[in-house]
Design a protein around this ligand. Structure first.
Ligand code: SIN
Length: 189
């Protein structure tokens, strides 16, 4: 998979402007909502874990020193919480550009916080994309995050904003909160 996924997303997921689609956000899409939407509500997807295993060559790092951002990893016993946005399909032009560094759109079943379910789309950066970094210890991830920055700001702010938003949503995510704690310790050294 090339590191720019715009063409692949447009090929594999054909939508018409005017179609309304649920989009599940679990990373920066939760706290940097710079796209129009019709409605939003908390939602979750069973069978997936949020992990800082994707590299960022653009927003939070560079090709030489990629940042670490979240993707989803299949994990039978986990549930990933986030926010579902009802969007007009025309928004994907803008979102595909924003998520182009390795993320592909997949269809997934969403469990909404009001007890209902529905199908939606989610951006996932799979291990076969060129920017993928993969597993590392939480300490290694924290040390890495402290040093990276890209055109959208520091990698540290990506992590801290995400952790803050998850807390505001009442969501528990040990991986994110443990890395946040380590980053705060490193900064204070
Ligand atoms: C998402 O937020 O749903 C995708 C990953 C990201 O942009 O951080």
């Amino acid at each position: 998979m090339p590191s720019n996924t715009i063409k692949e997303n447009q090929r594999k997921c054909q939508l018409s402007d005017g179609d309304q689609v649920w989009l599940f956000g679990y990373g920066s899409l939760i706290y940097k909502v710079d796209f129009p939407y019709l409605e939003s509500k908390p939602a979750s997807i069973p069978g997936w874990s949020r992990r800082f295993w994707q590299g960022s060559h653009d927003h939070r790092g560079t090709e030489k020193y990629p940042g670490r951002v979240v993707t989803l990893i299949e994990d039978q016993n986990a549930v990933c919480g986030g926010v579902a946005f009802l969007v007009d399909a025309s928004v994907f032009k803008q979102l595909d550009e924003r998520e182009k560094n390795g993320y592909l759109r997949f269809t997934i079943e969403l469990a909404f916080s009001d007890g209902t379910c529905g199908m939606g789309l989610v951006y996932i950066a799979a291990p076969d994309n060129a920017a993928y970094l993969g597993e590392a210890s939480e300490l290694e991830i924290a040390e890495h995050i402290c040093c990276a920055q890209g055109s959208s700001g520091t990698n540290r702010d990506y992590l801290l904003e995400l952790a803050k938003s998850l807390r505001e949503l009442g969501l528990e995510d040990r991986h994110v909160f443990d890395i946040e704690k380590l980053v705060c310790q490193i900064i204070q050294r």
